[in-house]
Design a protein around this ligand. Structure first.
Ligand SMILES: Cc1cc2nc3c(=O)[nH]c(=O)nc-3n(C[C@H](O)[C@H](O)[C@H](O)COP(=O)(O)OP(=O)(O)OC[C@H]3O[C@@H](n4cnc5c(N)ncnc54)[C@H](O)[C@@H]3O)c2cc1C
Length: 384
């Protein structure tokens, strides 16, 4: 065999998987096709499961471990020679506000709060890190000067943000350091014999052999379902997101903002605020911005922060989230096929969960101890 592991897909999940395999000393090849619409390149980068009640307990417990894993990952990349400046641009801690703008939203926030506080009691964070109510005036003065008048505001003093593109670049640096090989290639087929993985074939006709293959192809992962005689229930969900610039404004200490219509804003230190995003289930593989999408994003951005009215529109990004109907990822072996593993389906929270998911699945594929029972994330949950 040429390799112990071949990873298909070089978004945050595939790159983190290949990096973990490299850390474990496995002979590893990463194949990536760089599709337009790669979700990692468009992701807003909010890592804040502590104040999210949308996705249930399993997601929450997994997400807490996943955000903790970032510290370990960053430390390892630093030890592998990725410059501190590059890492601090890719990943940093910041605060987050959840903002209700009218009475209906304030009632929704009060409901969320009960669950957030109950979970917080279990974790017992230090007093300075506890999620709590603050006034609209304090939110504007201390955390986001362009904020609208709010009916209610919840402050999460410690959240994190990640720039998916820069994190993938940092991982690529780590891959070189760990001797992981990478190739720009479209994997057109798996090599299989008697339901056992033998490697991959590329559209260019090259064949690479390996004892195990990990499919981390994001929204495109289901392309291998027919060959595996298995359904890989992941579909593209388009997200349109807009980068705004505020020349002369120091946004370095501003908070992430999260509203009640699913929209949010992520400030970055370079006078940039990223506002998003649409969630277009059923969009198909069509990674372009639309008039409707841009209008929706800007309308919601101004509702939350009217002070953005004169910001410069710098860039519009479009990504295809790998969406599953139950909002949980697809992790672990493909049933009835030896040596083929999945790490996909992270939907709107793949920057949060992805590196940790990737680490666990790689450990499973390489017969290492695995800290989580991945059974609830198997594709077999859809067969039941
Ligand atoms: C607008 C938007 C906002 C988001 N905001 C957040 C957020 O705030 N927080 C959060 O946690 N998550 C967020 N996400 C979600 C997150 O970005 C995704 O879940 C995550 O990036 C998915 O990573 P991935 O590696 O699975 O897929 P991708 O990044 O899409 O990468 C898949 C890669 O696989 C390659 N590939 C596919 N098939 C093949 C093949 N046959 N051969 C070779 N290569 C192949 C593709 O070319 C691509 O490069 C957001 C997403 C979007 C679109």
């Amino acid at each position: 065999m040429d390799y112990d592991l071949i990873v298909i897909g070089g978004g945050i999940v595939g790159a983190a998987a290949a990096y973990r395999a490299g850390q474990l000393g496995a002979r590893t090849l990463l194949c990536d096709r760089h599709d337009a619409g790669r979700a990692t390149d468009a992701g807003a980068g909010i890592l804040a499961p502590e104040s999210s009640t949308r996705d249930g307990r399993l997601w929450y417990d997994f997400a807490l471990d996943a955000v903790d894993y970032y510290a370990e990952l960053i430390e390892s990349l630093a030890a592998d020679g990725v410059p501190d400046e590059e890492l601090s641009q890719a990943y940093s801690r910041c605060s987050k506000l959840t903002v209700a703008l009218d009475d209906d939203e304030a009632a929704g926030l009060a409901d969320m709060e009960l669950e957030i506080y109950a979970r917080q009691e279990e974790r017992c964070p230090p007093a300075a890190e506890r999620i709590r109510r603050i006034s609209s005036a304090e939110a504007r003065d201390a955390y986001f000067p362009l904020l609208a008048d709010a009916s209610a505001v919840l402050l999460q003093p410690v959240a994190r943000r990640v720039d998916g593109r820069l994190m993938t670049t940092a991982l690529a640096h780590g891959l070189r350091r760990r001797g992981v090989q990478t190739v720009d290639a479209d994997v057109s087929a798996l090599l299989l014999e008697n339901n056992q993985a033998l490697g991959v074939r590329t559209a260019g006709g090259d064949e690479f052999t390996a004892s195990a293959v990990l499919i981390a192809g994001g929204a495109w992962s289901d392309a291998f379902g027919a060959q595996l005689n298995a359904r890989i229930p992941v579909a593209p969900q388009r997200g349109q997101i807009i980068h705004l610039r505020l020349p002369g404004q120091d946004s370095s200490s501003w908070s992430i903002l999260s509203g009640f219509s699913g929209h949010y804003q992520v400030p970055w230190p370079d006078s940039r605020v990223v506002v998003g995003a649409t969630r277009e289930t059923g969009s198909g593989y069509v990674p372009h911005a639309t008039v409707d999408g841009v209008q929706e994003v800007l309308r919601e951005a101004l509702r939350l922060a009217p002070g953005l009215r004169n910001a410069a529109v710098h860039e519009i990004r479009v990504g295809l989230r790998p969406y599953t109907v139950d909002h949980l990822p697809l992790l672990g072996p493909i049933p009835r096929v030896c040596g083929v593993y999945l790490a996909t389906g992270h939907g709107p929270t793949g920057l949060t969960l992805g590196p940790y998911s990737a680490k666990l699945v790689v450990e499973q594929a390489l017969d290492q101890p695995v800290a989580w029972d991945l059974t609830p994330f198997s594709t077999s949950r859809f067969a039941r």
